[in-house]
Ligand binder design. Structure first.
Ligand SMILES: Nc1ncnc2c1ncn2[C@@H]1O[C@H](COP(=O)(O)OP(=O)(O)OP(=O)(O)O)[C@@H](O)[C@H]1O
Ligand SMILES: [Mg+2]
Length: 947
């Protein structure tokens, strides 16, 4: 970054050059160590070399998943990594608001598909195409994804539906061990190689719960039953019954320990896939009960014994080939286990029935030794293929949901990867043809369609040259002339065909084709097809025969006569037996060859895929030894080239994998206009209603384009508006979805706020009403109380006044009596004892008001202290203005007299703190200023001797 100090560049030119370099480094991602680059589109520049280096660094750092634009690259760890597939991690990806921001993982793809189904963006149905070469980890990946869906699509609705969903999910997961036991085998490249293609459709209801599944299989390699390449094994199930049968079952199935079977090579090799109990358990969960299982395993044991049936050359065409050594015993056991008559079985293997002539006369011709072996193998393949198909149908009936119980699906395609062996035949041709088709689907989806659409929509886009495999497909399946059509024609012609003849036909008919090659050094007739993943040489010998896959009618009718319950189901008797007159050889109906059947099923599959949003997982095998922590650059490089990963990265990095029609886009995202003020403030300022409604009202019909532009301006996201569609990247879609969630949350908050406001208002109104009622009641109660007090006060006042009047009257009466008694005494002569004026006044007061007790008694009840003194002063006519100058302290106060009450009879009652007898012999003090002593006087007065 350029440093700025006060608006000026702080450094020299050298410094700015350094900063620029740093910027560039950052831009090119040079700073990020390759093992931390989660997306190969961030590798700069995108070349095979840089991509390879990044993948290697990540693999060595135990990081096995890397994004490559729209594709996920999955490296096979070749070691257990349990924490990478734990249910906790599944839940973490499921709960993440943006799984893309987490580390690349197959769960990101899983979650993406699951959310796409939920968001209902067209096309709603999703498919995950897992591809890669044998042993790269396709089956492992699909298995993990199925577990992921089983965890995330578990029903949260009710306990009951949860249980049902769990049961279905368990059954779907149980289909894996059964299908792998019967359809997988140990090959040179993978000890658990799928020998069939599989498309599993996980069916979801409206609530995104998994309600069922449907399995479709493709091209089982049934030849493996009777013919295994050196160092390879037969299907796992044969080893499972051979090794896992109980003693009693061994007797029943005639499988003594240590017995040798020619169709069971390398029984000593123990694989973890040889677990019989797991298969049995899974079959039981799928509804295949123990007797049926026993029946199946018995038939398989019968096939093993059939494999031990070997024929010797008879040396005479007219004689059937005899059995070698103890083969008779094997035929007998096989016939017993398959519920067939032994002699009928042997005769069918040894003698061919031919219908010829106008009358379709039946001839019987002993087969040659090779023919006998072929018929034996054909019988085994026929039984095994029918058994496999029957198992698939049983699994389907066990896991398939009713058509009206599901609305959407997520498809998982696990097909055999591209194959190129020293000797390639029809099987490899079909497998590679399927891979070409899938590659074309990928090319069509991400490369061609994308670029063509950009051009059509008027987007500025520079085309990236890509490898289009259409010419290769034209060579294999094109019309009118192609390899498949030529092989099919050979089958239809029903003539003896030689390998050299076929090679010549192919070369002459397709001469000059850019994708057809020829190996001039090859000792045997062959042709080379330049596949997108590399050239493959196919031997022409046996192609036509394999394509015909002829099943002698005698074999079918033999099996239809079986007494075995399972074989009766697998080979039901024809309801209407073909009339022998029907000329089978001249049947003009198109011959159903292996290639034509395979082509039909492939087209059906691609039709399904075209109706879905595809997701791609490219599995890469880091080494062919299946060893952890070993990265073979050459092997990985050829795989990267084979899957066209580099072109994918180029286009994904620069392109817009997400396209939504204007109308769909608007329907889903027009609510984002509500975010507009928050992100890009309107130049006209806030809404007039104070910003409560953040979007303009949608009452006016706006044009589609106008609205679209408005939405596009809402988010600062790289959106490109084409003529009919809006183009964007995954991250933009994520941004839009986040904005949408934000608006929906805002709306929910508005609703919640409105509801809360309404509730608060109602509560406040109720509270106010309650307060009003309470206040009214309280004021009424208070008024009532005051009225009662007033009434009581009036009564008291009246009584008080009456009492005072009565007291006053009594006091005046008493005073009158006193005056009368004192009147005989002459007043003191002024000259006898001259007194100061105050003393004189006091004396007067004493003279006039000596019964202070009465004065005090007349004072208001409850009057104490100073007020009481004032009353006394008033009685004594002392100056009130200067109470300090004439501090009065009543003697009775000092003596503890609390009150003096004059009784009507003329006596005064004292209420004393102390006994009045204390004063019995006390004379009033001589001090004229003192008012003390009046009480003593009063006491004296009452004393008989003094008064
Ligand atoms: N993610 C993984 N973690 C651990 N081991 C794995 C993983 N993926 C694959 N493997 C190992 O690689 C082996 C081969 O994987 P898988 O059978 O899935 O290959 P495939 O691509 O299906 O091959 P094929 O085309 O032959 O069927 C597995 O048996 C397993 O041991
Ligand atoms: Mg597989």
């Amino acid at each position: 970054m350029l440093q700025q100090v006060n608006g000026h560049g702080s450094g020299s030119a050298a410094h700015s050059g350094e900063s620029l370099r740093e910027d560039l480094k950052e831009l090119l991602g040079g700073e990020v160590p390759p093992q931390q680059l989660n997306d190969l589109t961030k590798v700069n520049p995108v070349t095979l070399e840089t991509v390879l280096r990044c993948l290697q660094a990540r693999y060595m750092a135990d990081t096995f998943y890397t994004n490559a634009g729209c594709t996920l690259v999955a490296m096979n760890p070749f070691k257990p990594v349990p924490q990478l597939y734990s249910p906790e991690l599944m839940r973490e990806y499921h709960a993440a608001s943006q799984p893309q921001t987490l580390k690349p993982h197959i769960f990101t793809v899983g979650e993406q598909t699951y959310r796409n189904v939920k968001s209902l963006i067209e096309p709603v149905n999703q498919s995950v195409v897992v591809s890669g070469e044998s042993g790269a980890g396709k089956t492992w990946t699909s298995r993990c994804l199925m577990k992921f869906y089983a965890v995330v699509a578990a029903s949260p609705m009710s306990w009951e539906s949860h249980k049902v969903a769990e049961r279905i999910e368990q059954r779907i997961l149980n289909s894996n061990p059964v299908m792998e036991a019967f359809g997988n085998a140990c090959t040179l490249r993978n000890s658990n190689s799928s020998r069939f293609g599989k498309f599993i459709q996980l069916q979801l209801n409206g609530a995104q719960q998994m309600t069922g599944a449907a399995v479709q299989t493709y091209l089982l390699e049934k030849t493996r039953v009777a013919c295994q390449a050196p160092s390879e094994r037969n299907f796992h199930i044969f080893y499972q019954i051979y090794k896992g049968a109980h003693a009693e079952e061994r007797v029943r199935w005639r499988l003594p320990e240590g017995a040798a079977f020619s169709w069971l090579p390398h029984p000593e090799r123990t694989l973890e896939e040889d677990c019989f109990e797991v298969t049995r358990e899974a079959m039981l969960h799928l509804g295949i009960d123990a007797p049926t299982q026993n029946n199946i395993f018995q038939a398989l044991a019968g096939l093993l014994h059939l494999g031990n049936t070997r024929f010797a050359d008879s040396g005479n065409e007219a004689q059937p080939c005899p059995l070698v050594d103890d083969a008779q015993c094997s035929v007998g056991t096989s016939a017993l286990l398959l519920g067939l008559p032994e002699d009928h079985l042997l005769e069918t293997l040894q003698i061919r029935t031919i219908r010829a002539g106008r009358g379709q006369q039946v001839f019987q011709k002993p087969c040659s030794q090779a023919e006998c072996n072929t018929r034996r193998d054909c019988l085994a393949k026929l039984v095994y293929a029918r058994l496999f198909d029957w198992l698939v149908s049983v699994i389907n009936s066990s896991i398939c949901a009713a058509p009206d119980s599901w609305t959407t699906f997520i498809g998982l395609l696990d097909v055999y990867g591209f194959e190129s062996f020293p000797n390639n035949s029809l099987e490899q041709l079909c497998i590679n043809y399927a891979n070409e088709k899938l590659q074309q689907h990928f090319v069509a989806h991400y490369l061609r369609a994308q670029q063509e659409e950009y051009a059509m929509e008027g987007l500025a886009w520079s085309f990236v040259s890509y490898q289009d495999n259409q010419p290769c497909l034209d060579l294999i399946e094109g019309s009118p002339v192609s390899i498949c059509s030529l092989i099919n024609e050979e089958c239809r012609l029903n003539r003896p065909s030689s390998a050299a003849q076929l090679q010549t036909r192919i070369e002459s008919a397709l001469t000059g084709h850019p994708r057809l090659g020829r190996d001039r050094l090859s000792p045997e007739p062959s042709f080379i097809v330049l596949h997108y993943a590399g050239p493959v040489r196919y031997r022409t010998a046996g192609l036509v025969e394999k394509n015909k896959d002829p099943v002698p009618p005698e074999l079918t009718s033999l099996l239809q006569q079986s007494q075995d319950p399972l074989l009766k189901v697998l080979f039901p008797a024809d309801p209407e037996d073909k009339s022998p007159e029907e000329p089978s050889g001249q049947n003009r109906a198109p011959v159903l060859t292996v290639v034509s059947k395979f082509k039909a099923s492939l087209e059906q599959l691609l039709q399904v895929l075209h109706g879905t949003t595809p997701h791609y997982i490219r599995c890469i095998k880091p080494n062919s030894q299946a060893q952890a922590q070993i990265f073979h650059r050459e092997e990985v490089l050829s795989q990267l080239e084979a899957c066209g990963l580099v072109e994918t990265i180029h286009i994904s990095a620069a392109g817009f994998p997400i396209r939504v029609s204007h109308r769909n886009f608007m329907e889903r995202y027009q609510l984002l206009r509500r975010l507009r003020p928050a992100i890009t403030p309107s130049p006209h300022g806030p809404c007039p209603d104070g910003g409560r409604s953040e979007c303009p009202p949608c009452t006016e019909p706006a044009t589609l384009q106008g609205l679209l532009q408005e939405i596009l301006h809402t988010l600062p996201a790289p959106l490109h508006c084409g003529r009919t569609k809006v183009f964007m990247t995954d991250s933009t879609l994520e941004l839009l979805e986040r904005g949408r969630a934000q608006v929906l949350e805002q709306c929910a908050r508005h609703i919640q706020r409105g509801w809360r406001r309404h509730r608060c208002r109602t509560q406040a109104r109720r509270r106010r009403a309650a307060v009003l009622i309470q206040a009214a009641v309280r004021s009424w109660l208070t008024r009532k109380h005051i009225q009662q007090l007033h009434a009581a006060a009036t009564v008291i006042k009246r009584a008080w006044r009456e009492w005072r009047i009565r007291m006053a009257f009594l006091a005046s009466e008493e005073l009158d009596g006193v005056e009368e008694k004192h009147s005989p005494h002459a007043p003191c002569s002024p000259g006898s004892s001259p007194l100061p004026p105050a003393q004189t006044r006091l004396q007067g007061a004493i003279t006039r008001l000596w019964p202070l007790g009465l004065a005090l008694a007349n004072a208001a009840v409850g009057v104490h202290g100073f007020q009481r003194k004032l009353v006394v002063f008033a009685c004594l006519q002392l100056p009130v203005g200067s109470p300090r100058s004439c501090a009065v302290q009543t003697a009775q106060e000092q003596a503890g007299v609390l009150s003096i009450r004059a009784l009507p009879q003329g006596s005064i009652r004292f209420h004393c703190r102390k006994s009045p007898l204390r004063y019995a012999d006390t004379c009033p003090g001589p001090s004229p200023d003192s008012v003390t002593g009046f009480n003593q006087i009063l006491l004296e007065r009452h004393r008989p001797g003094h008064v």
